[in-house]
Design a protein around this ligand. Structure first.
Ligand code: EPU
Length: 441
């Protein structure tokens, strides 16, 4: 079993560099399915496991992928006949696998995608993806754990989303690029990752307008071709480092962080007494020993990002008084708080609101990461805690952060990651010789 071990109490100091955005690159990888000619070359692609999982799925669909970790460059070639089935073992490991549905349908006229299973941050239904594809003319059936979508060809339509789902907006944008006529997506997600996808689709010959606003208009084209695109820096990774600096009362320059994409976080940090300085190459964050409580609402962009909600609650718990966190995107994204309770946090949860009573003197203990952002929050709490914190299941962090603990180590944290069995030379259990023939306990 692997663990991250932290001896807390040291302010972080120095510089850290943000990788390319995980949540931007996953739909860009899926968009490569649309290129019937040429290759899609993506630069600044982070070496995180979700990107690898998407590549694995693309290869299963018959696309060729080549990734150079050092150059951070991914080349995808889909100019071959494609398979159109995504099995459970791929979709279940990563829900973003669903993003292949729209482009597969547009390119091959069919997509058979396993229904994803449960999720640690909420129910995460896919009704909006399916309703939108139906509006574009697809026939969709569900059987034996699969979604089976088919069409002769897709036809542009007016789609109004009940909620500005990021994934549904992306899936529908990709499907609509090759639909006949014009598609309008209303109440679309406005996240910067949507703009990234539109930029690539337009470089591939698509005609997508209005991305980043509530209404996206797509004029269908006959075919799309390869293109080269450089992925923007990861605003959530940047925000995580900014919060790490604040929770340790440190002084950190977050290189490549774009202030324009983190305005809601910056506003809250400043409200809490943290100094944020925008620089040419990033953002400098200087902590304070007296944090002011704040009320935060995690909302669709440009609201406070749900992907920074768990990390933000750590800072709120350190503040001098009562703060609140409202979660308006996912229904179960407070799992990390129960782990933080084991580190001395005092809070109550009432529906979608967490009431956080500070100031907390976090004390180190063994805690378990339930997902990527929960894992980041636990590490941040460990950095602020007295004593030793052990974070189990650190593989969660590899899904979206590259070299998380090494980057913290470079900022001065006392942190290590190891396999417990290796480190303490725990021998594998020997089969028991006595009681032969008895039932297992
Ligand atoms: N929803 C529906 N029906 C749908 C689709 C979504 O009800 O058909 C609901 C979900 O249940 C959820 C809400 O809408 O309550 C938002 O879901 P959304 O579709 O916007 O999220 P997503 O596309 O599944 C992406 C990111 C998440 C991020 C959310 C919200 C990727 C690969 N994932 O997920 O990132 O939290 O948008 O911003 O882009 C993470 O990086 O840790 C992460 C979870």
């Amino acid at each position: 079993m692997e663990k991250i071990i932290i001896k807390g109490g040291r302010p972080l100091r120095g510089q850290v560099t943000v990788e390319g955005s995980k949540n931007a690159v996953l739909p860009l990888q899926a968009a490569a399915i649309l290129a019937v000619q040429g290759t899609v070359t993506l630069n600044n692609v982070p070496p995180v496991t979700d990107v690898q999982l998407m590549n694995r799925l693309l290869r299963f669909l018959n696309l060729k992928t080549a990734y150079g970790e050092k150059q951070r460059q991914l080349v995808i070639n889909g100019s071959v006949p494609l398979s159109s089935e995504a099995p459970f073992e791929y979709v279940n490991q990563m829900r973003a696998s669903l993003l292949v549905m729209g482009p597969l349908l547009a390119r091959t006229g069919q997509a058979r995608i396993a229904l994803p299973g449960g999720c640690s941050i909420g129910a995460r239904p896919i009704d909006l993806h399916l309703a939108g594809l139906r509006k574009l003319g697809a026939t969709i059936k569900q059987d034996a754990g699969f979604i089976d979508a088919r069409c002769d060809h897709l036809v542009g339509s007016r789609i109004t989303l009940d909620f500005p789902s990021v994934g549904a907006t992306e899936n529908l944008m990709m499907a609509a690029t090759m639909a006949e006529g014009i598609t309008t997506i209303e109440n679309a997600a406005c996240e910067p990752e949507i703009v990234e996808l539109a930029n690539l689709l337009n470089k591939m010959g698509g005609r997508v307008h209005g991305a980043g606003s509530k209404v996206i208009r797509i004029q269908g084209v006959y075919y799309l071709h390869g293109a080269e695109y450089t992925v923007a820096p990861d605003r959530i990774e940047a925000g995580t480092w900014m919060l790490a600096a604040a929770v340790t009362n440190g002084d950190v320059i977050v290189r490549n962080a774009a202030a324009a994409y983190n305005t809601s976080l910056i506003a809250k940090l400043e409200e809490m007494g943290v100094t944020v300085i925008k620089q040419e190459d990033g953002i400098r964050v200087l902590g304070t020993s007296v944090l002011i409580p704040a009320s935060v609402k995690a909302m669709p962009y440009p609201g406070f990002p749900t992907d920074l909600q768990p990390q933000m609650t750590v800072l709120q718990l350190l503040a001098n008084g009562t703060s609140t966190m409202e979660e308006h995107v996912f229904e179960q994204r407070f799992n990390h708080l129960e782990e933080l309770r084991r580190m001395n946090a005092d809070f109550q949860i009432a529906g979608s609101v967490a009431i956080l009573d500070g100031p907390t003197r976090f004390s180190g203990t063994e805690v378990a990461a339930t997902d990527l952002r929960a894992g980041a929050a636990l590490v941040l709490a460990g950095l602020a805690a007295t004593g030793i914190t052990q974070v189990c299941n650190p593989q969660c962090l590899d899904r979206g952060y590259y070299d998380f603990y090494q980057k913290l180590h470079q900022l001065g944290a006392q942190i290590d990651r190891f396999d417990v069995k290796e480190k303490f030379k725990i021998k594998p259990e020997q089969p028991r010789q006595e009681n032969k023939g008895s039932e297992p306990e």
